[in-house]
Design a protein around this ligand. Structure first.
Ligand code: MG
Length: 282
């Protein structure tokens, strides 16, 4: 694959991505997909989806786990409901994530990813220790499928993410870097964070956002079309180049309630990234 192939975050029947038809129409060569609902995670569906991708010349670069009951309605709701962190659903979701890893293998893809949730702050606490154990257990399953797991950024600072990865201590745990999330969640300046976690970055999102006007970290920032936010896309791509990242540039535009605008914004993002790519890579 050539350096920095354009990609887009895609949904089959769950999640906030665009549908494959849009990807095909915009001639985008790679996709990350949000894992479909459990009843769709079958060998027959995997084969059908792979067939569609092959016909359209699309490569699947990662499969993102997501779970029933997750809500991004506010930062507090996100902390309460998202990922493997919430205690009440942790065991069931860890099991489901293993099933998503198995489905990902059927798709011939060696990367699974997820928002693990708000990693507890206290590294000595029981909650943190048990999250480490369950992440190790998941990573061993993922490794047996020949895969790596990428953690989506944003819900913790770069410092704490590095501590967590070190404490987990497995060699198949990496990062899907999302610069806009650092802004939306108010967890840190994205370019500095990218430099800090650089050695673990194996996939990225191209998404933009503006900082919350007040109460950063409590109130959401706003997700906006690529290039219109506070990330600074040229600086972001230049930094990716500087740290030696050559993988896909996967566009995310999380407005599935407005598919017309979503498609238009993704088309715009493709053109912006293509022009920055030729400027930076020559
Ligand atoms: Mg993202």
């Amino acid at each position: 694959m050539s350096q920095w192939p354009i990609g887009v975050f895609t949904s089959v029947d769950a999640g906030l991505g665009v549908h494959l038809e849009v990807v095909q129409e915009l001639k985008i060569p790679t996709v990350q997909i949000h894992a479909p609902h459990q009843q769709t995670r079958t060998a027959a569906h995997a084969e059908a989806f792979l067939g569609k991708c092959a016909d359209a010349g699309i490569t699947i670069t990662a499969v993102f786990g997501g779970f029933e009951g997750e809500s991004y309605a506010s930062i507090a709701e996100t902390a309460r409901t998202v990922g493997l962190v919430p205690q009440a659903t942790r065991a069931a979701r860890t099991q489901e994530m293993k099933e998503i890893s198995d489905f990902t293998k059927l798709l011939g893809c060696d990367v699974v990813a997820l928002h693990i949730g708000f990693v507890p702050e206290d590294r000595a606490g029981e909650d943190y220790r048990s999250l480490i154990n369950c992440t190790q257990d998941l990573l061993d399953h993922v490794a047996a499928n020949g895969q790596n797991l990428h953690l989506e950024t944003g819900q913790e600072t770069a410092d704490h993410l590095l501590e967590f990865i070190a404490d987990v201590g497995r060699d198949n745990l990496f990062i899907n870097f999302d610069p806009a999330n650092m802004i939306l969640y108010g967890t840190g300046e994205p370019i500095a964070a990218l430099r800090q976690v650089a050695k673990y970055v194996r996939s990225v999102h191209c998404k933009d956002g503006t900082w919350a006007k007040e109460n950063r970290g409590v109130a959401w920032g706003a997700e906006v079309p690529l290039g219109d936010g506070d990330v600074g896309m040229e600086n972001y791509l230049r930094t990716l180049h500087e740290i030696g990242y050559t993988g896909p540039l996967t566009i995310e535009r999380e407005i599935p309630h407005d598919p017309v605008r979503q498609k238009a914004d993704i088309g715009h993002a493709v053109r912006l990234l293509e022009s920055l790519k030729s400027k930076i890579l020559g």
